[in-house]
Design a binder for this molecule. Sequence first.
Ligand SMILES: [Zn+2]
Length: 145
Amino acid sequence: MLPSWMESLCLPCLDSANLSSTLPLDLSLWHRRFGHSNHDYVKQLHANDMVTGMTLSNKSKPDPICEPCLAGKMHANPFPTSYSRASQPLELVHIDLKGPIQVTSFGGYKYWAMFVDDHTRFKCGIGLKKKIRHLLCILAVQSLC
Ligand SMILES: [Zn+2]
């Protein structure tokens, strides 16, 4: 039981799903609200009355072009193949930093950095407890040059 002063602040829960909307309550809006779910799933949610307060004021067909969905389905083109190589060791070092990984390693590492020397193809992987430490690794490699 809520105190009386708090009950006066409570709003009916039936309208809670669209309480603050000033936009037309159409399928496109619900598609965005449900994290860009498939339009058919959103229609099923409404048709089966699975969401409290979900109303559709406009039942027109949603715009098939949703920019965030299109951006999410795009893929990046691969880097162009390079046929040039560094002429001496440490002239060019490729560095890849990965992390944070979901499960911390036994040593407490959350990140790892991979260094590949372009000339010799020597590879070195280093576990890192903090992301900032990769800068120290880069400085250490630069000091070898
Ligand atoms: Zn979308």
